[in-house]
Design a protein around this ligand. Structure first.
Ligand code: NAG
Ligand code: NAG
Ligand code: NAG
Ligand code: NAG
Ligand code: NAG
Ligand code: NAG
Length: 356
């Protein structure tokens, strides 16, 4: 279905082009008799000027398009060298053969690489999921690259960063050997992703990047995690260091001792806001090839991650992570003013969040 989305985009573009040509023909065919040649030339010159202006404006805003065309052309060249007849035609847009600037892929130069992005929100289990994926010998997920403000300050910065990542030149702790078969990052919706969604979706489609949405079903649980994490950020409960993820049961217990008090005046509006953000993200990137993963589903069934390996056409492997879950009790035991919260959500669309 996602492949169909891509093809539709192309055919729309072609249609637009056809309409434009038709318009030009119409203009130049009709009024020659009514206007003297001189003013006709002026009109043509004006049209040309406007054209140049529009091009230069769109080029400045969207200089990425030309760059993308070049990148795609270079990739096409390499595809020819590495041609693998076993790859189905529909898969070809998603298969890449990067040549990093900083090292040689050696015998794996023709190992196909898939590009992905884990799209998520803070405190949705993306740290855990990412370590699980990185335990696969062929996956390099390079963390929250766009947590650094400068990298997301404008679309030029964003594309430059993505280009480097997908060219396998991003050297993080997750960087694997030259046989990486899937490269990506973890990208929070509030890290420029929604702000520049149009250009980023275009980039994803042009470069064949697949999206892995990681969302929470229970937004109240996520809220507890957000508040508890903010509290630890301020109080540094583990010997004076703030930890967003822990590796031992003891550390998890220390962090889970804090029970946030939830502001019930703003609770419904807050939940609606989270809900809408996730829904908008799905709409904004609906033309991108994607899979939707819910944190709760992975917690109850680790095999769900095999769907992600399938989605990226990677060999199935057992995945592992050292992360230990922080909030393991019933939700009522993690919220200070549970009775109020219960009263606030009873009878609303979010009532089900109370029963976990
Ligand atoms: C995964 O990595 C291993 C070890 O580097 C390599 O031998 C293998 O070909 C890779 N598999 C894929 C599907 O790229
Ligand atoms: C984009 O952001 C980068 C980094 O903040 C900055 O150096 C650059 O001048 C900006 N470019 C444009 C076109 O605004
Ligand atoms: C703090 O450090 C001490 C000694 O290194 C250790 O025994 C203790 O468990 C730590 N406390 C926490 C809350 O991690
Ligand atoms: C709770 O939310 C309301 C509405 O947003 C706000 O006016 C109030 O100050 C908040 N209370 C606290 C204790 O933060
Ligand atoms: C766990 O997830 C896998 C992959 O989606 C699915 O095939 C399987 O039926 C699930 N198991 C359970 C018990 O839901
Ligand atoms: C919420 O409150 C209602 C009414 O007081 C009670 O019947 C229900 O058990 C409570 N739900 C939870 C999950 O505590």
């Amino acid at each position: 279905m996602e492949e169909a989305g891509r093809e539709k985009d192309i055919s729309v573009a072609v249609e637009d082009l056809g309409a434009a040509t038709k318009d030009t023909v119409n203009i130049s065919a009709k009024p020659t008799r009514r206007y003297p040649l001189l003013s006709w030339t002026t009109i043509l010159a004006l049209i040309a000027l406007v054209g140049v202006y529009i091009f230069s404006v769109s080029f400045k805003q969207n200089g990425m398009l030309l760059g993308l065309m070049q990148t795609n052309m270079i990739e096409k060249q390499r595809e020819k060298l590495c041609q693998d007849p076993s790859i189905p035609v529909t898969e070809i847009p998603y298969v890449h053969y990067p040549t990093p600037d900083t090292y040689s892929r050696k015998e794996c130069a023709c190992t196909p690489v898939r590009f992905f992005a884990i799209l998520s929100m803070q405190r949705s289990g993306s740290g855990w999921i990412e370590t699980l994926l990185n335990s696969h010998e062929n996956i390099s997920s390079n963390g929250e690259i766009f947590s650094i403000k400068e990298r997301r300050s404008n679309i030029t910065s964003i594309t430059k960063t993505l280009d480097k990542l997908y060219n396998l030149d991003w050297l993080s702790s997750a960087a694997k050997n030259e046989c990486t078969a899937a490269v990506g990052l973890k990208w929070m919706l509030n890290q420029g992703l929604m702000k520049h969604h149009k250009e980023i979706a275009e980039y994803f489609n042009q470069r064949g990047v697949s999206a892995i949405f990681l969302l929470r079903r229970n937004l109240l649980q996520r809220y507890v995690s957000v508040l508890a994490n903010a509290h630890d950020s301020a109080t540094k409960q583990l010997n004076g260091t703030h930890k967003s993820h822990v590796h031992s049961k003891h550390e998890a217990e220390v962090l889970a001792q804090f029970k946030p008090e939830i502001n019930t005046t703003s609770l419904i509006a807050d939940l609606k806001k989270f809900d809408k953000l996730a829904a908008d993200a799905l709409v904004n990137f609906k033309t991108t090839r994607h899979i939707i993963l819910y944190y709760e589903d992975v917690v109850s069934n680790k095999t769900k991650l095999m769907d992600v390996l399938d989605f990226m056409r990677l060999p199935k492997r057992k995945l592992s992570s050292r992360h230990v879950k922080i909030h393991t009790k019933l939700l009522r035991d993690h919220i200070y003013n549970w009775a109020d919260v219960n009263k606030t959500l009873m009878g609303t669309q979010y009532e089900s969040f109370l029963n976990d």
